[in-house]
Design a protein around this ligand. Structure first.
Ligand SMILES: NC(=O)c1ccc[n+]([C@@H]2O[C@H](COP(=O)([O-])OP(=O)(O)OC[C@H]3O[C@@H](n4cnc5c(N)ncnc54)[C@H](O)[C@@H]3O)[C@@H](O)[C@H]2O)c1
Length: 441
């Protein structure tokens, strides 16, 4: 099948590349010429494990190409996917649909023959019908259907998620479009990954409901973690005990510095907005947004308290700035709240992150980038773990403590324990949802 993928970001690029790996003929389009030029040179504009090899393989096989020329890519395509960004609209929390609608209009003028226009971007209920109207108005002759196909991949494990999904959601209005979608996903369907076919509105709603639910689960455990600290319980034991209940499950029960990233913050805000627009406030989601903001603020207090309130002139080494490991994505990362607060309080901040520098340099002015945790710890007054990259999971804590001016660690991902820290010679250790350790207490 011939497929055009409009938007070559974290979702569009992975989806386009994986579709080409299924054997489809895919053209990935982006309006950012630098991105396309990089891809044409064989470079990958984002960090996503395994993506470079898959691109190389499918380009070599002649099934995958990149262009800024949307009309040429759409011409003759049986399916055109819209995978452009839907960021939070300034001021009101609503999803900004301007990129989706602009893409729809461009697509409308380029359609030839029957085409299914598929929205992969996360969009509020009703957007696919709007896309349909935009196309029909811009090109009354266009023979097309719209379909909703929200994406559930996780950055850092995107290829695996795309190739082995829990489910594929397809919202359609008729059998003809459903058949095209079934043909596209046939390789997964044959391997018994379920395709759930729904109406347009349900497909759109599933994506927001799923993300808001996951954000709620994380926020719930973060709130329980805060209570654990007050009552002397250990959140790791609590999570383990809860997660063994099959009705709850053990995923997304890790306490930490609050959710961030390219999806949960904007999708919870958009869902809250959708509820308000329909006179039905999403009270749980609204509370989740509030509690998550508080969780982030609590992390700053934790670090400040660990340093007895004295950050001015102190050196803090921060390990990890991306919103999670195995990605270079910095969108809404906790580091963007925590690090400016440390700098604002007068601290000198050193940063180590395996992939975060390219994006992070512009977002975190005033930090000193280093490439090694031990070098960053040299003469530092505190160490803060913000992202649980594998390379930070098995640090030689003794070696770290020895070289610090004052060995204090804020482990905001609960990688280590107070016992580990004490044994290694740390004078202070704070984490999330567990008792702090202070030498001499
Ligand atoms: N990032 C994720 O993990 C994830 C997961 C599931 C769903 N989503 C959803 O997928 C959508 C895309 O997210 P993303 O993270 O890939 O965004 P992104 O910002 O990384 O990529 C969007 C790309 O679209 C391009 N673009 C915008 N308008 C265009 C146009 N008219 N023609 C061609 N290209 C255009 C931009 O230049 C950009 O490269 C969003 O709605 C997001 O909510 C993201």
């Amino acid at each position: 099948m011939k497929i055009a993928m409009i938007g070559t970001g974290y979702v569009g690029l992975v989806s386009g590349v994986c579709f080409s790996d299924f054997g489809h003929d895919v053209v990935c389009v982006d309006k950012n010429p630098e991105k396309i030029a990089m891809l044409e040179r064989g470079e990958v504009p984002i960090f996503e494990p395994g993506l470079d090899a898959l691109i190389e393989k499918n380009v070599a096989a002649g099934r995958l190409s990149f262009t800024t020329d949307l009309p040429a890519a759409v011409d003759g395509a049986e399916a055109v996917f819209i995978a452009v960004g839907t960021p939070t609209r300034r001021g009101d929390g609503h999803a900004d649909l301007s990129y989706v609608m602009a893409a729809a209009e461009e697509i409308a003028h380029a359609i030839t023959g029957y085409t299914v226009v598929v929205t992969k971007s996360t969009v509020p209920v009703g957007t696919n019908r709007q896309v349909e109207e935009v196309i029909a108005k811009a090109n009354p002759q266009a023979e097309f259907d719209v379909a909703s196909n929200p994406e559930f991949l996780r950055e850092g494990a995107a290829i695996e998620d795309f190739m082995k999904p829990d489910r594929i959601i397809v919202g359609v209005q008729n059998d003809r479009a459903a058949q095209v979608m079934a043909d596209i996903y046939r390789p997964l369907y044959l391997r018994e990954f379920p395709i759930i076919t729904t109406d347009l509105e349900s497909a759109e709603m599933i994506k927001y409901a799923a993300n808001a639910f996951l954000a709620t689960k994380i926020t719930f455990i973060n709130e329980i973690a805060a209570l654990c600290e007050r009552v002397g319980a250990d959140i790791k034991q609590v999570s383990k005990g809860m997660g063994r209940d099959g009705r709850i499950g053990n995923k997304f029960l890790h306490a930490g510095p609050g959710y961030g990233g390219s999806c949960f913050p904007k999708d919870t805000k958009a869902l809250a907005r959708i509820g308000q627009d329909h006179g039905l406030p999403m009270q749980i989601t609204e509370t989740v947004i509030k509690v998550n903001d508080e969780t982030r603020r609590r992390m700053i207090e934790k670090i400040t308290d660990m340093m007895d309130g004295h950050l001015a002139g102190k050196t803090v080494a921060v390990l990890g700035v991306t919103f999670k490991p195995n990605t270079d994505d910095m969108r809404e990362a906790p580091s963007l709240t925590v690090i400016p607060a440390l700098i604002g309080a007068g601290a000198r901040v050193r940063v180590v992150d395996p992939q975060g520098r390219r994006e992070g340099e512009a977002l975190l002015p005033g930090v000193h980038w280093m490439d090694d945790a031990y070098k960053a710890a040299q003469n530092a007054d505190a160490l803060v773990i913000l992202t649980e990259w594998n390379e930070f999971r098995a640090l030689d804590l003794k070696r770290l403590a020895k070289r610090m001016a004052f060995p204090a660690m804020a482990d905001l991902r609960n990688i280590y324990s107070a016992q580990d820290a004490r044994r290694a010679g740390f004078a202070r250790y704070v984490s999330v949802g567990r008792s702090d350790y202070r030498a001499g207490d």
